[in-house]
Design a protein around this ligand. Structure first.
Ligand SMILES: Nc1ncnc2c1ncn2[C@@H]1O[C@H](COP(=O)(O)OP(=O)(O)OP(=O)(O)O)[C@@H](O)[C@H]1O
Length: 335
């Protein structure tokens, strides 16, 4: 289990101080796939680098399996770091070494015998589906294959935690899907805890159990992916889930009140609610935006409606009579 407690990180950059992380607290349970998502500059890379002390926080504590990293002896910290490995957007392979020698590298550093390291490296190449690339050089491989080699290398020290910093951002959608599948298999089969740093919602939707949305160095919200993405509460969450949104001028605040509806299963997403409000109650709503998405194997729908103020209560009562629809009034600037 990884616990971040009140992490702050301030960088001294020539022109002044940059507060990259402001009082970040998160708990990542053992065996979870945890996504950390945010816009560029939100502090994602800084946060993930703090998790293995590649970056030392200015204040706050990082606990891994009940031990505080900064209180460890140098020897214990080296051991702990071997258990928290990382893969990167640009793979960071050693280009002068063959794939086999790349995977052997961390084992050589830890003093393992060459023959044992090679045996283990071949097993790992097998595990990531590239047993035939042992003698190839990274430059001879595609991006997806290079990331597989990087994953094999990351697994060489039998880690408990795999940190993935934008690990699929340089890959096409199909290759991204294959790498995410591999990461999910490793999570299930080896029980590795996975932390995924990304700016892509599709990545979090595809494999994460939980997500934290980072905004300006702070956690805007966090929780189960299905809960956060179905009904984001923070402004940062809404920007991510409803990018672009609807034009704030699309409805008239003087005559309409705005509600967000969240539909929670495929039966509910199929209800022609707006048509029924018109046909059965003679209430004519303005559909400002609508979308459906699949999260954790369930279909969620979201709709932003402008309801004529005069009929607001009646319309909300009508909607609430349906099970599995969540209704919340939102401010007029919400999109
Ligand atoms: N070594 C550093 N020195 C000074 N400022 C830094 C340093 N590293 C990061 N920052 C600043 O900290 C903030 C957070 O950066 P970080 O790289 O963690 O964000 P990010 O969410 O990972 O962004 P991106 O998705 O663009 O990589 C930014 O304002 C960045 O300029």
């Amino acid at each position: 289990m990884i616990e971040l407690k009140h992490i702050c990180k301030t960088f001294d950059s020539g022109g002044g101080e940059v507060e990259a992380l402001k009082d970040v607290s998160l708990t990542i349970e053992k065996g979870e796939i945890y996504g950390i998502i945010g816009m560029s500059g939100a502090g994602k890379s800084t946060l993930v680098r703090c998790m293995n002390l590649l970056e030392r926080p200015t204040s706050g504590e990082i606990w891994v399996d009940g031990q505080e990293l900064e209180q460890m002896s140098a020897k214990d910290l080296r051991r702990a770091r071997r258990e928290i490995t990382m893969i990167f957007q640009h793979f960071n392979l050693l280009m002068q070494r063959t794939c086999l020698r790349n995977v052997c590298f961390p084992m050589e550093l830890s003093g393992m015998k060459k023959a044992d390291a090679e045996k283990r490296a071949r097993e790992l190449l097998d595990l990531v589906g590239l047993p035939d690339k042992a003698n190839a050089y990274p430059a001879q491989l595609s991006g997806g294959q290079q990331q597989r080699i990087a994953i094999a290398r990351a697994l060489a020290t039998n880690p408990k935690v795999l940190l993935c910093d934008e690990a699929t951002s340089a890959l096409d959608p199909n290759t991204t899907h294959q790498i995410l599948q591999l990461i999910r298999e490793l999570n299930r089969e080896l029980g590795i805890t996975v932390v995924i740093i990304t700016h892509q919602m599709s990545v979090v939707k595809e494999i994460c159990d939980k997500v934290a949305i980072l905004d300006g160095g702070e956690v805007a919200e966090e929780g189960l992916v299905s809960a956060v993405f179905a009904a984001p509460k923070s402004a940062a969450g809404r920007r991510l889930v409803f990018p672009g949104g609807a034009d704030a001028l699309v409805s008239d605040p003087a005559s309409e009140r705005r509600v967000r509806l969240i539909f929670r299963d495929s039966q509910t997403t199929g209800i022609p609610l707006v048509a029924r409000l018109a046909a059965e109650e003679s209430i004519y709503c303005n559909v400002i935006s609508a979308s459906t998405q699949k999260l954790s194997r369930e279909v969620y729908g979201s709709m932003l409606l402008g309801i004529p103020s005069a009929h607001f209560d009646r319309a909300v009562d009508f909607i609430k009579a349906y099970p599995n629809i969540q209704v919340e009034e939102v401010e007029h600037h919400v999109q």
